[in-house]
Design a protein around this ligand. Structure first.
Ligand code: ITT
Length: 185
C-alpha cells in the first residue's frame, strides 16, 4: 500500500483523511511539521506554501490540507480565517452574527497541497455547498460541522463515512488520489 505523509496538527482531519484515502488504497501517516501560517486571502496560496515548506524541511513528499468555511451573507468570512474564528468566537457567535439573515448559503472548501522536496507544489480543490443552520445540531465531526446543513442534516449529524462521501475534504482528497495514479512518485 502506498503511503501519504500528511502534515497536520488536527486529529479530526487526520481521521477523515485515513478514511477517505484508505478507501482508494492509500495509507496515511501523520507528520509533525508546523508550517508558518501564511497571511493570505486564499486557501490555495496557503496550501501550496505549506506543502512546499514541509517537503523541503523534511526532505520527503508531503500533503497538507487547508480548509475553511465561506459564508455568503458575511462576504465569504471567515474563509481562510476559519481556525481563528472557531478558536476565538465559536459557532454560537457565528450564528449570532447571522441573526435575521435570510441568505444562509455557505461553502466549505478544502485545498490539498502536495509537494516533493525541491519540486513545485500541486493543489487540489474540493467544495461542498450548503446552508448555515439556525442552531447547532449533532455530535459528530468538528469545527463548523454542527452548523453546516447539507440536504436536511448538519455535518454534525453525519457519521464520518457519510460526511466524507460528500464533503469538501473528501472531494479534494479523491481528486488528489486520482492525480497520483497518473503521476506515481
Ligand atoms: P492544520 O494543522 O492541518 O493546519 P487546522 O485546524 O489549523 O489544522 P485549517 O487552518 O485548515 O486547519 O482549519 C481551518 C478551521 O476550519 C478548522 O480549525 C476548523 O475549525 C474548520 N474546519 C476545517 N475543516 C472542517 C470540517 O471538515 N468541518 C468543520 N470545520 C472544519
Amino acid at each position: 500500500m502506498h503511503k501519504i505523509y500528511f502534515a497536520t496538527g488536527n486529529a479530526h482531519k487526520l481521521r477523515e483523511a485515513k478514511n477517505i484515502l484508505g478507501e482508494v488504497g492509500y495509507e496515511v501517516e501523520q507528520l509533525d511539521c508546523d508550517y508558518p501560517e501564511l497571511q493570505a486571502d486564499d486557501l490555495e496560496t496557503i496550501s501550496a506554501y505549506g506543502a512546499r515548506w514541509c517537503a523541503d524541511k523534511l526532505d520527503r513528499d508531503v500533503m497538507v490540507d487547508d480548509s475553511g468555511i465561506f459564508i455568503d451573507a458575511l462576504n465569504g468570512f471567515p474563509g481562510p480565517y476559519s481556525r481563528y474564528v472557531e478558536d476565538h468566537l465559536g459557532n454560537q457567535k457565528v450564528l449570532k452574527l447571522m441573526e435575521g439573515d435570510t441568505n444562509r448559503k455557505a461553502v466549505f472548501r478544502t485545498v490539498v497541497g502536495f509537494c516533493l522536496p525541491g519540486g513545485e507544489p500541486h493543489t487540489f480543490i474540493g467544495e461542498v455547498v450548503g446552508t448555515i443552520s439556525l442552531e447547532e445540531r449533532g455530535v459528530h465531526g468538528f469545527g463548523y460541522d454542527p452548523i453546516f446543513l447539507y440536504e436536511g442534516q448538519t455535518f454534525g449529524e453525519l457519521e464520518d463515512v457519510k460526511k466524507n462521501r460528500v464533503s469538501h475534504r473528501g472531494n479534494a482528497m479523491r481528486k488528489f488520489a486520482h492525480w497520483l495514479e497518473s503521476n506515481p512518485r
